[in-house]
Design a protein around this ligand. Structure first.
Ligand code: FDA
Length: 320
């Protein structure tokens, strides 16, 4: 119930204005690398130095004009150039609504085409994040068009909470596309999505097995120890080397587990968002683990500032 309330609140412009005004002090700095590319580069370099790969994204979802999408494309071009210049082991992720998908499909196609071409020039890779289910068809179609044009420097995301995902996964496997498997972060109706955690988890495990068996360098994106254990067991039983797939986790979540898996030889990629529009992303992270609301309240009470978060102690700060 609390999860649904938080996800609904994530769509409230009024709440957004209030939360945004208090900046990162509310605790967003735990999940967001900062508001500028310079802030993000510091975090990305530090992750690389500790043996972790990363995937960075400029926060922002709904944009309303071609000019706004132009600014987003320019920002990602700069990000890709900066990653190359700094020789970081980092690729990028983006949302097609950030490139105009919700108001001009053709514009989004042109924008993503430009960015994937730029990433290819830089020897890099672009992951198309998956958004609400009303965008699933178009996101996969746009990806497939790029693929058929010969672009191989892009990948997609499949959400295990969607009832349609087994079919979508087969379609992506048939292409040879790189897939990131997630549970799914949005509020979706019963008609399109499983509502019970047990169903979402069972679907995740089925999809993971299929992906590991037949997919191209799968990304298993989860913090759930049960999903991670099932993946490791399946890979070991089927002779799939640790380097044949990667685990992905979000910045600021289960840093202990990220380091432990990396020390055991698993490639780990950390998803590192940055940018001024951090509110919806932050709210989704709270929705996934409502106990994190306690962490926000604690920050409000202690008023120690956004950098008061102790590194490497996310479990301790999160009321269990
Ligand atoms: P689950 O939510 O069941 O949590 C399992 C355990 O993980 C919890 O018990 C807790 O220990 C820990 N945990 C999970 N979330 C936490 C949090 N916020 N704070 C503290 N602990 C937490 N979604 C989407 O719809 N489209 C996308 O493109 C992506 N992309 C993406 C990339 C990457 C790299 C990751 C890791 C996740 C996504 N997601 C996503 C989000 C995803 O759909 C999902 O909402 C979250 O990963 C949470 O689900 P878990 O698999 O972690 O399991």
């Amino acid at each position: 119930m609390l999860k649904q309330t938080i996800l609904a609140a994530a769509e409230s412009p009024r709440l957004q204005r209030v939360v945004q005004r208090h900046g990162m002090r509310l605790g967003a700095a735990r999940f967001v690398a900062g508001e500028t590319l310079d802030d993000a580069v510091v975090v990305l370099r530090r992750l690389n130095e500790s043996g972790l790969r990363a995937n960075t994204t400029l926060l922002g979802e709904g944009v309303g004009s071609e000019a706004e999408t132009r600014a987003v494309v320019d920002s990602y071009t700069t990000i890709l150039d900066r990653i190359a210049a700094e020789r970081l082991r980092v690729n990028v992720a983006l949302k097609l609504t950030h490139l105009g998908l919700s108001f001009d499909e053709e514009l989004a196609r042109v924008n993503i085409g430009e960015l994937v071409a730029h990433a290819a020039d830089r020897g890099n890779f672009v992951r198309l994040d998956m958004e609400r289910s009303n965008h699933t068809d178009l996101t996969l179609d746009i990806f497939e068009t790029l693929w058929n044009l010969g672009y191989r420097q892009a990948g997609v995301v499949i959400q295990s909470y969607l009832r349609r995902s087994a079919a979508d996964l087969e379609r992506m496997i048939a292409l040879g596309a790189r897939v990131r498997l997630v549970k799914g972060a949005y509020k979706e109706s019963r008609s399109v999505a499983f509502q019970q955690k047990t169903e979402v988890d069972a679907s995740y495990i089925d999809l993971m097995k299929r992906l590991l068996s037949a997919g191209t360098y799968p990304a298993i994106a989860t913090h759930d120890p049960a999903m991670i254990a099932a993946t490791r067991t399946f890979a070991e039983q089927h002779g799939i080397p640790k380097t044949g797939y990667e685990f992905q986790m979000l910045y600021g979540i289960r840093r202990d587990l990220q380091m432990q898996l990396a020390s055991e030889g698993h490639p780990i990629r950390v998803y590192v968002p940055f940018g001024r529009e951090w509110f919806p992303y932050f709210m989704r992270r709270l929705g996934e683990r409502p106990a994190n609301v306690g962490f926000v309240l604690k920050n409000l009470r202690s008023d120690r500032g956004d950098r008061g978060v102790r590194p490497g102690s996310d479990r301790g700060q999160t009321p269990v």
